[in-house]
Each structure stands twice: as structure tokens, then as C-alpha cells.
Write a protein of this length. Structure first.
Ligand code: GLN
Length: 318
């Protein structure tokens, strides 16, 4: 696949041209006004709705950003990828006996399907699947939070990446539905550890704070066959990187994944903090942030920015 788009005789990937393109895409996104900031916990409801950021990190090490790209925000469900990486490494193929790899076609926090399917979540990107993955981490790591944190810090090369403890605590206080998912799985024998400990890990992970620049750097290995382009370190096998990208393509944008594949055509993951990361194999990573969400829980402006950029640069993998 080539991504050489020529604009006015110059490559769009020359840093100046790319920056100009990102700027015009961000300006255009600011006219999208149909989202609503997540309000299921006060700590997220208070975030200013007009934050907006767009970053592109290419495999040659260049990071081009516009807007609030160095402001850390709650990455929420984007963290499901980090948990999954560690669980895949620990469990190998046996992980897929406890969680499926199918799109759910349901909202990210839906419960009904989980009972029909006897406590086996549809995929690791919906809440039930990520809670199951959290159980694997709590059961198989002596310090599951440190394992995630040190991996994340290494991936984005920033030792100060942290967790918003207010978000962590209020997720716990308002976590009845996630607790219901976890106890339902426990009743089917699909959760090994103490449910409260598993939920604590899950909520903690959702409360990680990173900027679009951190996110774009962190996930570069997924665009680079599992190898971090900065350090040269093999983070996952090429096969696991392909598998994670496949799951992101089919389930990363919840029950809007089909529409995202149709209109954008990239593996991607969103979070209710308003962040979205999209992987462009053999090219790089696009990360967007804008807090107001559409009815699927995906950032309205973030979707618009990634769609515009992918379409203008011809980045679809299909
Ligand atoms: N913390 C959120 C929840 O569990 C994460 C969901 C999301 O980002 N889609 O409901």
C-alpha cells in the first residue's frame, strides 16, 4: 500500500504541508456541534467541551500535531488495548476460550448478550471483555497496575504518564453496571479473581491520562508489525499486532465499527473521554481528541477529523 498523495506538486507528508492539512481539518471539525460530553461521572462531565487535538505520528519518527495535543485526558476505553496486549502475551491462544473475537452489535456496556452467551464476552473491546481481560491481569500478575503502567510509560517514552485518581474513584462510585457485568461473568465461572479487585484494576486502567501525542507514539508498533519504530523493540509479535488490528477494525468503535470501516477504513479505538486512535499499517498512527460524544459513545469531532484525514490521504486499508 502506498500513501503518497501529491498536493500542488509537493508531498502532503512534508511536515509543513501535513501541519497545514491538520490545521484545516481541525478548524472544520470545530463546526461539528452534535456531541455531548460524557456525564456518567462528575469528573468527566467537568471537562471543557472545546478541547480539540489531532496528531499524526509516522513511522519515520515524525510527530505532527495541532490543537491541544500535549494536554493529557482520560483515555478510558483506549486503555483496553494495553490490557489486551498483556493478556495475550500471558495467555496465548487459551485467552480466546474465555472471550470471543466477534463484533457485538450492541452498546459497549450492554448486558443482555452476556447472559445468552453464558458469560463469554463477545470481544475484548466492549466493557465485559475488558473486565475479563482485567481478571486475567489481576490473576496472572503480582502487580497488575504496575505492569500496565510501566508498559505504557515505555511505549510513549514518558515517565510521568499517570492516572486521574478522581476519575478512578468516581468510576468505582458509579460502577454498578460494570459490577453487574463482572458478577454475571463470575456466576458463569468466567472470572477467577475477586470481583472487586478485578473492577478496581479495570476502573484504574480507564483513568490513565495521556495526550494525543502520547497515544500516537504508544501505538506506533501496531502500524509497524509489532515493533516500536523509536526503540526498535519488538513489543508484540507481528501476528499479535495483526490480530489486535483485526479486533480494532471489527469492534474498536463499538456498534459504529461497521460505519467506521465503511467511511474511514482503519483499525481504531475510542474512549468516552473523547479520544480516538486509528492505526494506519506501514504508515503511522492518527490520534484525535474532542470530549463531546455521539450516541455510540464515540467522539463526534474526533470521528470527523479522522475520517477527513483518512479520506484526503487515501489511507483506508481496504
Ligand atoms: N470507564 C468507561 C466505562 O466503563 C469506559 C467506557 C468507554 O470508554 N467506552 O463505562
Amino acid at each position: 500500500m502506498t500513501h503518497d498523495v501529491i498536493s500542488g506538486g509537493q508531498s502532503i507528508h512534508a511536515p509543513d504541508n501535513l501541519k497545514k492539512l491538520l490545521q484545516s481539518i481541525l478548524q472544520q471539525a470545530l463546526t461539528v456541534n452534535d456531541g455531548k460530553v460524557a456525564d456518567y461521572i462528575p469528573a468527566l462531565a467537568e471537562v471543557k467541551s472545546d478541547y480539540c487535538a489531532l496528531t499524526v505520528a509516522t513511522l519515520d519518527g515524525k510527530v505532527t500535531s495541532v490543537g491541544d495535543a500535549s494536554t493529557p485526558f482520560s483515555i478510558q476505553s483506549i486503555s483496553k488495548i494495553f490490557g489486551l496486549m498483556l493478556a495475550m502475551e500471558r495467555m496465548g491462544d487459551s485467552l480466546w476460550e474465555r472471550v470471543q473475537m466477534e463484533p457485538s452489535g450492541q452498546p459497549f456496556n450492554s448486558i443482555v448478550q452476556l447472559e445468552w452467551e453464558r458469560g463469554i464476552p463477545r470481544n475484548p473491546m466492549i466493557n465485559a471483555g475488558a473486565i475479563l481481560v482485567s481478571d486475567v491481569l489481576v490473576s496472572h500478575y503480582s502487580a497488575s497496575k504496575s505492569a500496565v503502567l510501566s508498559m505504557v510509560r515505555g511505549l510513549c517514552n514518558r515517565d510521568t504518564v499517570g492516572v486521574d485518581s478522581r476519575v478512578h474513584e468516581s468510576e468505582k462510585d458509579h460502577g454498578a453496571r460494570n459490577a453487574a457485568l463482572a458478577y454475571l461473568m463470575k456466576s458463569f465461572g468466567n472470572i477467577e479473581s475477586d470481583v472487586e479487585e478485578v473492577l478496581d484494576h479495570y476502573f484504574w486502567q480507564c483513568a490513565l491520562t495521556m495526550s494525543t501525542e502520547d497515544l500516537a507514539r504508544s501505538f506506533a508498533f501496531l502500524a509497524n508489525r509489532g515493533k516500536c519504530p523509536r526503540s526498535g523493540k519488538q513489543i508484540t509479535s507481528h501476528r499479535d499486532a495483526q490480530r489486535i488490528n483485526a479486533l480494532l477494525s471489527t469492534s474498536g468503535m463499538y456498534d459504529q465499527s461497521g460505519q467506521f470501516a465503511f467511511t474511514v477504513g482503519l483499525p481504531a479505538k475510542s474512549g468516552v473521554g473523547g479520544g480516538i486512535v486509528a492505526i494506519v499499517p506501514d504508515y503511522g498512527v492518527i490520534a484525535a481528541w474532542s470530549p463531546p460524544l455521539n450516541s455510540f459513545g464515540n467522539s463526534a469531532r474526533g470521528m470527523a477529523m479522522i475520517r477527513n484525514l483518512a479520506n484526503q490521504l487515501g489511507l483506508s486499508v481496504y
